[in-house]
Write a protein that binds this ligand. Structure first.
Ligand code: GSH
Length: 224
């Protein structure tokens, strides 16, 4: 599909990181539009951004095609599926329905059952509504990642080959690597989750994953 792609992204956003990996994996060029989650009370909360993503979250993919109206799609997993449909090669979903279901199960474990509980707005609301300290919100995030990783580790012991589901890089790896980045930020002891750590390290070393890493994005602070 011939289109101009713009990604609204923040270097440290794990959901943005997922989409950056998929774009790189598929060799797609795109314009990086930085939206800072911290500055100005959060640029993602400004009216100028809400027109692209009414949930005030990153990422959003903006698609421009000749002869068609611009198209904004948000929710990283919806963006990933959209990219897979428009640019099927190289694939990030396996062929067999059972493997595809397993990949999507892992995607949703991270997207629905782990990441939302440690999102910035949850931390901010815990502080504003209940007066918890920053240290307590960090402990909260660490706790929920650990609970999620316990289940994910059990699953990956059954599904993993070199990568999370067998021998092919899939969306499962695309979500696991950014979640392990978050886990490191919250000081989760990854030795307790050896299969997650192994597949994250294997996938994370691939060029597409490296180029999407938070430490080398256009909006990464020089000191980061
Ligand atoms: N399920 C959403 C999650 C998006 C999300 O939570 N993004 C975070 C950054 S990783 C965000 O924009 N948070 C804004 C906030 O917490 O105020 C997706 O996959 O796109």
């Amino acid at each position: 599909m011939d289109a101009r792609l713009t990604l609204f992204s923040y270097f440290r956003s794990s959901a943005s990181y997922r989409v950056r990996i998929a774009l790189a994996w598929k060799g797609l060029e795109y314009t990086y539009h930085a939206v800072n989650l911290i500055e100005d009370g959060g640029q993602h909360r400004k009216e100028s951004y809400l027109q692209y993503n009414p949930m005030a979250e990153l990422p959003t993919l903006w698609v421009e095609r000749v002869g068609a109206p611009g198209f904004a799609v948000a929710q990283s997993t919806a963006i990933l599926e959209y990219l897979e449909e428009c640019y099927p090669h190289p694939a990030l979903l396996p062929k067999a329905p059972e493997d595809r279901a397993r990949v999507r199960q892992i995607m949703q474990i991270i997207n629905s059952s782990i990441q939302p509980i440690q999102n910035l707005k949850v931390m901010q609301q815990l502080q504003a509504q209940f007066g918890v300290t920053r240290e307590q919100t960090l402990a909260w995030s660490k706790y929920w990642i650990e609970r999620g990783f316990e289940g994910l580790e059990r699953l990956l012991v059954q599904t993993a080959g070199a990568f999370a589901v067998g021998e092919q890089v899939t969306f499962a790896d695309v979500l696991i690597v950014p979640q392990v980045y978050n886990a490191d930020r919250f000081r989760v002891e990854m030795a307790d989750y050896p299969t997650i750590a192994r597949v994250a390290s294997t996938a994370g070393a691939l060029d597409a994953f490296r180029s999407a890493a938070p430490d080398i994005q256009p909006d990464t602070p020089k000191s980061s």
